[in-house]
Design a protein around this ligand. Structure first.
Ligand SMILES: C[S@@+](CC[C@H](N)C(=O)[O-])C[C@H]1O[C@@H](n2cnc3c(N)ncnc32)[C@H](O)[C@@H]1O
Length: 262
């Protein structure tokens, strides 16, 4: 079960600094800007889990209204320090995606939860977040987010996958494997293979975060009751993964999802 140790991690100064200096859009985010370039000027956008504001300078100038929200007060403070001088009308606020009661129903045209922000809460809370997003998003509006790909990490739990003809590479791989298994003692290759989602500690921020990994088919199933026209994108190429086979064979560590609010 994920508890708010993740919030503690997202409030520590080394992690806040890391996100504060990120600048580049990911290829799938560039795809979405191209796709919506004619609609963005009329859109009211919520940038959920805004972190240190990596996406802010890319989206703020393009949309009609922009609000950045994060549950880490330190991240919000970093955004305010970084942007309010150049963009005095910009809004940032502390808020938790699990309870967005500060926002009315049907008030956003475009909601972004970028770079896997949705993966730091429990399964039950994730479903609550999807409900909240469909409540505050306008019918016909869009939700775009990314989530870790269980398909991609699965192999890393198989020790045989780490063997290489190069002995040094094998040595380094097996050390990383030992860390992964050590931090996730209850998870085996077999249990991961048998499940559609799993919560685990990966190497990001030195195994300090509990992270939700999901298969694309399961993610689509979670979205279907509330959203339509669901599309999946490779984060690395920005290209749409149109078929189930495309998604199963994609080894990207996370995938982007675009969907329309019902
Ligand atoms: C991996 S960082 C990504 C930050 C930023 N979106 C980016 O792309 O650089 C995930 C962000 O989501 C935020 N986050 C995680 N769970 C959240 C929640 N329940 N409500 C709001 N923000 C959350 C974290 O504080 C963190 O800033």
């Amino acid at each position: 079960m994920i508890n708010d140790k993740n919030l503690t991690t997202y409030s520590t100064s080394d992690v806040v600094n890391y996100y504060q200096y990120l600048q580049q859009l990911q290829p799938a985010e560039e795809t979405i800007i191209q796709l919506f370039k004619h609609e963005l000027p009329t859109m009211k956008m919520l940038d959920l889990g805004v972190g240190g504001g990596r996406t802010t300078p890319h989206f703020f100038p393009l949309v009609r209204d922009y609000i950045g929200v994060d549950y880490s007060g330190k991240m919000i403070q970093a955004c305010q320090e970084k942007f309010t001088r150049s963009y005095p009308s910009i809004q940032f606020m502390v808020g938790d995606a699990r309870n967005l009661s500060q926002f009315e129903d049907n008030c956003f045209d475009f909601i972004l939860f970028s770079f896997n922000g949705i993966d730091y809460i429990s399964h039950k809370d994730r479903l609550k977040v999807l409900q909240e997003i469909s409540r505050i998003g306008k019918s016909g509006g869009y939700f775009f987010f990314s989530s870790h790909n269980l398909q991609a990490i699965e192999k890393q739990f198989d020790w045989q996958h780490h063997l290489s003809l190069n002995p040094f590479k094998t040595y380094v791989n097996l050390i990383m494997f030992a860390f992964l298994r050590g931090f996730n003692a209850s998870l085996t290759y077999q249990t991961i293979k048998e499940n559609n989602y799993a919560i685990l500690r990966d190497e990001s921020h030195n195994f300090r975060l509990q992270t939700y990994y999901v298969r694309a088919s399961e993610q689509i199933k979670q979205l279907e009751p509330l959203f339509k026209d669901i599309k999946v994108y490779s984060w690395k190429t920005g290209l749409e993964l149109k078929t189930n086979d495309d998604r199963i064979s994609c080894s990207d560590m996370w995938l982007y999802y675009l969907c329309c609010i019902k």
